[in-house]
Design a protein around this ligand. Structure first.
Ligand SMILES: [Zn+2]
Length: 456
């Protein structure tokens, strides 16, 4: 019996560009061992084969709140009222089982959208009263268990959350579930690392929550602890965060970070939304990844990333589903481009004279996502993981277009329902547009939501 799996596609976006009649061989470990064009149809046959995307930033449990926070309270200045209120109410009732069920279902939706790995920025560590579980890494291990259920590649990013603001104030109320001292965090990280090392298709990084939530000295210690692993931080999501840093540290967040740390390609700055022109250039040339979450940033009214300037300096970036208010790969990229158009009142912002918007957005996000998660993914070439997505080439959506036009049609004119098949690390996890274990994972999710909403 052959130990390799054979896929064949009418057309594929390979490391060498578009190719036809492409045969891809995948070994048992899930790696691509051969890519050849001009081959007869054999094995599992598909229409349009693309590298699948890395989702570099997610808070899994927030998927359960999606669509529930579109109202507001009486304070005209406080548009976060319904979001915050619901989040803390949810947190009161989320235990390990609930979190695992929500995460597994969210990952099913990610896979069905064309993402095959996720950076889980995981900050819900403790029991509702703030005391740690007997096993400090209980909740981290539930994220690993969810990934084992769904088959998604997991980059676990346990979050260090120490304080309620730059002034070092203590965590209060619902925040206590997130909190660890640096020493406690080191224990958690060690335990989570050992669980990850026993899991196929998983790796680990470190995520200081933000400059506000971590002391200056702990940020340095955390970076040493990461020792070159993925290092992710929320950086400048909202103007209030910039103002707090200016008041306390006398510098803007990105400015302060570059003045005090050697930011390199292992860093991923989530929500680099509020940057000056100088900060934008500095981030771009550092080789770090800007973690953009355009759907969530739109939903929360954060502001618009300076995409054009960042691109002009060849900045690396990738996309994340963050709050998971909507999980859609095509919409995430479309929203990024449209936000630029609305601000600048021009079209085709990301396109170049040689590459269309769809091609450039898709390939840039593949590269940035893989770098941020330190996964060998995002490319159809020998040695890469078989993280692949196949679209319905014969859909009416693709009439009249080809090659880069396929990507433009998918991202700008249609939706993720064009996704037919997905392979994550070689495992065929989505077939006929449906996750192969959807039924079971969905029924757990339904039961969890029934229980949770009974408490709200
Ligand atoms: Zn986030």
């Amino acid at each position: 019996m052959s130990s390799t799996k054979t896929l064949w596609a009418e057309h594929a976006l390979t490391s060498g560009g578009w190719a036809s009649d492409v045969r891809v061989e995948v070994d048992q470990a899930g790696s691509i061992v051969s890519v050849r064009a001009g081959q007869p149809a054999v094995g599992e046959q598909t229409g349009l084969l693309l590298p699948a995307m890395a989702n570099l930033h997610s808070h899994a449990f927030q998927r359960a709140m999606a669509g529930m926070t579109e109202t507001r309270g009486s304070d005209p200045e406080d548009s976060f009222w319904s979001w915050r209120k619901l989040m803390y109410r949810f947190l009161n009732h989320l235990g390990p089982e609930e979190c695992e069920a929500i995460a597994a279902f969210g990952q099913v939706e990610m896979l069905e959208a064309g993402y095959t790995s996720v950076g889980e920025f995981h900050y819900l560590h403790h029991q509702p009263n703030g005391t740690h579980y007997t096993n400090r890494a209980e909740m981290s291990e539930r994220m690993i268990a969810a990934a084992n259920q769904s088959g998604i590649g997991l980059t676990l990013l346990p979050v260090l959350y120490e304080q309620g603001g730059c002034d070092g104030r203590e965590l209060a109320g619902g925040q206590k579930r997130f909190g660890n001292t640096m020493d406690e965090y080191a224990q958690l990280f060690e335990q989570a690392s050992s669980s990850v090392s026993n899991t196929a298709n998983a790796n680990i990084g470190i995520a200081p929550h933000s400059l506000r939530a971590v002391s200056r000295s702990s940020l340095t210690v955390a970076h040493e602890l990461a020792a070159g692993k993925p290092f992710h931080i929320h950086i400048a999501e909202q103007q209030a965060e910039v103002d707090e840093l200016l008041a306390s540290y006398g510098a803007r967040p990105v400015e302060w970070l570059f003045d005090n740390h050697s930011v390199d390609s292992t860093w991923c700055l989530i929500h680099a939304t509020h940057m000056t022109a100088d900060e934008t250039k500095q981030l771009a040339v550092s080789g770090a990844v800007a973690g953009l979450c355009p759907i969530t940033e739109s939903n929360l009214g954060d502001g618009i990333f300076d995409g054009k300037r960042y691109l002009d300096h060849s900045g690396k970036w990738g996309i994340g589903t963050d709050s998971n208010v909507r999980i859609s790969l095509s919409e995430e990229l479309r929203t990024l481009e449209y936000s630029q158009r609305l601000r600048d009142m021009r079209r085709a912002v990301y396109a170049t004279t040689s590459q269309s918007n769809g091609r450039l957005l898709f390939e840039s996000a593949l590269v940035g996502g893989a770098q941020a998660l330190q996964r060998h993914t995002g490319c159809i070439a020998v040695g890469y993981k078989a993280d692949l997505v196949a679209l319905d080439l014969h859909s009416t959506s693709f009439l009249g277009v080809n090659q880069d036009g396929w990507l433009d049609a998918w991202l700008f004119a249609h939706d993720d329902n064009l996704v037919v098949d997905v392979w994550a690390n070689g495992e065929h996890v989505v077939a006929n547009s449906r996750h192969v274990r959807r039924e079971q994972i969905e029924s757990q999710y339904r039961a969890t939501m029934k229980k949770l909403t009974a408490h709200l």
